[in-house]
Design a protein around this ligand. Structure first.
Ligand code: C2E
Ligand code: MG
Ligand code: MG
Ligand code: MG
Length: 273
């Protein structure tokens, strides 16, 4: 493979390889042993209250420490694992590790905060998903109120009663649900009425636009007021500078996440107050 080294020591493959079947097959093959050989690792990124600056959650983000290719970002293997179905076991590992880590932080005496875990629609559709969540909460001893599942906007487009039922069952357990990357999909706003999500995460492309473009501001403040009217909290993703933060504060955005606060880091590298 030809490869370039990007920021964060990631191995960045060229676009052509990304869509290349041989590449996908090799990823799929290597993924088979990745869990057993403990090649996955989680980095955690803080989500903070914009008003108080207090830590409200940590988002768990998976990385793959590939024996040959080095650290591979999720965008390079999560889609492949979704196609192959491997996301089900990878996702279960992520959920268990994240809950375990959050319980550990609590046991170390930190003021409790949520752990936010990305969940693929494939996982939600898997018949045992709710059972798996309950089992992991039991096993790790984490109180469900400290777990938030991030689902993608695409879930709203699926007119799927079963999926809606799963979300309701999850809320009944006491787990909270947020919509990730909000604004990037083809969702009609009316879909938001179908289910009461706890939080909306504004996609970082809009936050990026705040600094140099008026439309970013307009879209961001519209999403914030819509979410608030629907009684949902709002998290801004990808905050990188003070200008963006000041605007979000002005617009009453509840929480924020981004390099301005911290990059995603291994658990032990976080200095938690
Ligand atoms: P996401 O859930 O929207 O996660 C946020 C992404 O934005 C992360 O990329 C994070 O590193 C990046 N980010 C955070 N702050 C900033 C910032 O200020 N500037 C910029 N430029 N980027 C920022 P990452 O870790 O590469 O993850 C990419 C995506 O992969 C995630 O997007 C999520 O959709 C998916 N993913 C990650 N871990 C998992 C997982 O365990 N399961 C599933 N199903 N998907 C995952
Ligand atoms: Mg996310
Ligand atoms: Mg996101
Ligand atoms: Mg995103």
């Amino acid at each position: 493979y030809t490869k370039k080294y990007g920021k964060n020591n990631y191995t960045v493959y060229s676009r052509e390889l990304d869509t290349n079947t041989a590449y996908k097959l090799s990823i799929e093959r290597d993924l088979k042993t990745a869990i057993h050989q403990e090649q996955f690792t989680l980095h955690y990124q803080p989500i903070k209250s914009i008003k108080t600056g207090e830590l409200s959650a940590m988002e768990a983000l998976i990385r793959w420490n590939h024996p040959v290719h080095g650290l591979i970002p999720p965008d390079h293997f999560i889609p492949v694992s979704e196609e192959s179905g491997q996301i089900v076991s990878i996702g279960k590992w992520v959920l268990r590790e994240s809950c375990k880590q959050n319980k550990l932080w609590q046991d170390l005496g930190h003021r409790p905060f949520k752990i936010a875990v990305n969940i693929s629609t494939i996982q939600l559709k898997h018949q045992n998903f709710v059972f798996i969540v309950k089992e992991i909460l039991n096993e790790t001893g984490l109180d469900p109120k400290w777990l938030e599942l991030e689902v993608t906007e695409s879930i709203l487009m699926e007119d799927n009663e079963i999926l809606k039922g799963v979300l309701i069952e999850l809320k009944d357990i006491g787990v909270s649900i947020s919509i990730d990357d909000f604004g990037t999909g083809y969702t009609s706003l009316s879909y938001l009425r179908q289910f009461s999500f706890d939080r909306v995460k504004i996609d970082r492309s809009f936050i990026k636009d705040i600094s140099h473009d008026l439309n970013g501001k307009a879209i961001t403040s519209t999403i914030i007021s819509l979410a608030h009217k629907l009684k949902m909290g709002v998290i801004a993703e990808g905050i990188e500078d003070e200008i963006q933060l000041a605007f979000l504060k002005e617009e009453d955005c509840d929480e924020g996440q981004g390099y301005y606060f911290s990059r995603p880091l291994p658990a032990e590298m976080h200095k938690i107050p």
